[in-house]
Ligand binder design. Structure first.
Ligand code: NAG
Ligand code: NAG
Ligand code: NAG
Ligand code: NAG
Ligand code: NAG
Ligand code: NAG
Ligand code: NAG
Ligand code: NAG
Length: 468
């Protein structure tokens, strides 16, 4: 069958390759005996729950250890990667058998319940990536750790309960390129310039600790020299001043939320990243205005200015932004008439509780990709101008405004509308009854409108057309 036609030759080769691939390789062992016995001893030293453990439980001495789940070897049979993430491991790692993993480059222990920082891992000479995200690590990390992993470049300790000052060993590692320390309980004062020594740094996350971060203020500072920086997350870092980020021309993600900034948002910040910034959060600060003149670059995909004290003109968002959050401000002004033109690909727009006045501009109907629209808790007046063009809407919250007129019938044609709230307005007339969704809304979607009638409200509509 394999000789019949030349066009079939490639199929034959494929079949032969598949056959070879499935059979002989598993019989000759690639794994070095030293690596196998050390891995097996490591397994015996680890405390893990057999129930959530998918990987360690399947390790089997009669198999090539390079084929064990979570294990990767190089050609010569040395262990290069060990991924025991999400495998129910508890306690510490004190095994003396780590010593033989001289080629181990990547160790992934994310989503376990390790309780103390496994210091011995820092003696692995080839280690480049260490992942300990979401464990149960607590207490301060010793100042006197022996470090031999000088090529360590990615460290993720996020989402643990580590305390004390930022670990000193980190600053002995010149190759750090990504450092994620968020959501711990690190304390103390840290200067951003301390990270300036990591010439390859592309990601830094210090968010949600108990740190006081002192920003660099000069363009000549060492932090400013980190031109490869792609992601900077400094949420909840008690900063009083915005770091000087004018030199960081590659920044794509910038989170400066929940700090202590106030006054005008300086207009240079919009150009941080030199046209590459996609995510910007300045939420939960005390900014009161936007320094003029300003323009948003078209690169933004997420823009969060929520929970500030912004007053005055509502900024017209950049035109290709998916998520826009302007909630919890004090604008005291109306939504510009052409605002909807900027929302043509926006998925979520929120400007709740922000002292917005005037009417909802009918340009909102151009926002045909919107799934979440929240204009609640403002002073919006006039009619609901929605004409059914917002066919993707899942959530529409217009509650607590001064909207009047009827609820547009066209809203009943929005098939995916899961949540509607027009409560506490001045709407009147009969609640539309058609479509798939409207019959599922309860009176809680409509209460607080004196003029509304018909199900699901108990008030019936005018005596003439009442059906008994
Ligand atoms: C280990 O693998 C061998 C050969 O594939 C198999 O016979 C044996 O049942 C396995 N042992 C365990 C504990 O899974
Ligand atoms: C560290 O990295 C350098 C450059 O990539 C390499 O030459 C060196 O062998 C590495 N050292 C270890 C111990 O892996
Ligand atoms: C996490 O550590 C605390 C002590 O800090 C301990 O009480 C708790 O049982 C640990 N949780 C798990 C899942 O191991
Ligand atoms: C953080 O550490 C302080 C003491 O340094 C302690 O009082 C506090 O409960 C810790 N917070 C968390 C969330 O672990
Ligand atoms: C933050 O750290 C200070 C000491 O620097 C401590 O007094 C305070 O309890 C900590 N706060 C939290 C929430 O852990
Ligand atoms: C910023 O972008 C412009 C145009 O893309 C480019 O010419 C310039 O070199 C960039 N500046 C930096 C500092 O990378
Ligand atoms: C908008 O920001 C507010 C306050 O910061 C937050 O509570 C809310 O969840 C955000 N909404 C969306 C849709 O992201
Ligand atoms: C609509 O908003 C009002 C006022 O905030 C609230 O009482 C009501 O429960 C909300 N309705 C729904 C369906 O959540």
């Amino acid at each position: 069958m394999c000789t019949k036609m030349s066009v079939k030759i490639s199929t034959c080769i494929l079949l032969v390759a598949l056959f070879l691939g499935l059979h002989p390789i598993t019989t000759s062992s690639r794994c070095l005996d030293s690596q196998k016995s050390s891995l097996w001893s490591l397994k015996n030293d680890l405390i893990f729950d057999s129930e959530p453990s998918f990987k360690l439980m399947t390790w089997n001495l009669s198999m090539d250890c390079c084929d064990w789940w979570g294990v990767t070897c190089d050609e010569a049979g040395h262990l290069t990667e060990l991924s025991l993430n999400d495998d129910g491991i508890r306690g510490g790692i004190t095994s003396s058998h780590l010593k033989s993993f001289k080629s181990l480059k990547l160790l992934n222990l994310n989503y376990n319940s390790l309780s103390s920082f496994p210091e011995s891992l820092l003696t692995l000479p080839s280690l480049q990536e260490l992942y300990l995200l979401h464990n149960n690590l607590s207490g301060p990390i010793s100042k006197h750790i022996r470090v031999a992993s000088y090529n360590l470049s990615i460290i993720d300790l996020s989402d643990n309960k580590l305390q004390g000052p930022l670990p000193e060993f980190i600053f002995k590692l010149p190759s750090i390129s990504a450092l994620r320390l968020s959501r711990n309980n690190f304390t103390g004062i840290v200067h951003l310039d301390a990270f300036g020594k990591f010439k390859n740094l592309y990601e830094l996350d210090l968010s949600y600790n108990n740190l006081t971060v002192i920003p660099n203020t000069k363009e000549s500072s060492s932090f400013s020299s980190l031109t490869k920086l792609d992601t900077l997350r400094l949420a909840s870092c008690k900063m009083l001043k915005i770091p000087n980020l004018k030199n960081h021309a590659s920044l794509r993600t910038l989170d400066l939320s929940d700090n202590r900034f106030k006054g005008a948002i300086p207009n240079w910040i919009w150009n941080v990243g030199n046209g590459s910034l996609g995510f910007l959060s300045l939420s939960q600060n005390k900014f009161s205005s936007l320094e003029k003149p300003y323009t948003f670059p078209s690169s933004y995909r997420v823009l969060d200015l929520s929970s500030n004290k912004l007053k005055g003109d509502i900024p017209v968002p950049p035109s290709e932004c998916y998520i826009i959050n302007f909630s919890n401000n004090k604008f005291g002004s109306s939504i510009p008439a052409d605002f909807g033109n900027a929302l043509t690909i926006t998925v979520s727009f929120t400007i709740s509780n922000s002292k917005v006045t005037g009417v909802i501009p009918s340009s909102i109907n151009k926002a045909s990709d919107l799934r979440f629209l929240d204009l609640s808790r403002n002073s919006l007046a006039g009619p609901i101008p929605l004409d059914g063009s917002l066919g993707s809407l899942e959530l529409l919250d217009l509650s607590n405004n001064k909207l009047s007129g009827k609820i547009p019938e066209q809203l009943t044609s929005i098939m995916g509308l899961e949540f509607l709230n027009v409560s506490y307005n001045r709407l009147s007339g009969k609640i539309p009854q058609g479509g798939a969704r409207f019959p599922t809304f309860t009176s809680l979607s409509f209460v607080g409108n004196k003029g509304l009638c018909g199900p699901p409200l108990s008030k019936t509509c005018g005596t003439g057309n009442k059906k008994m």
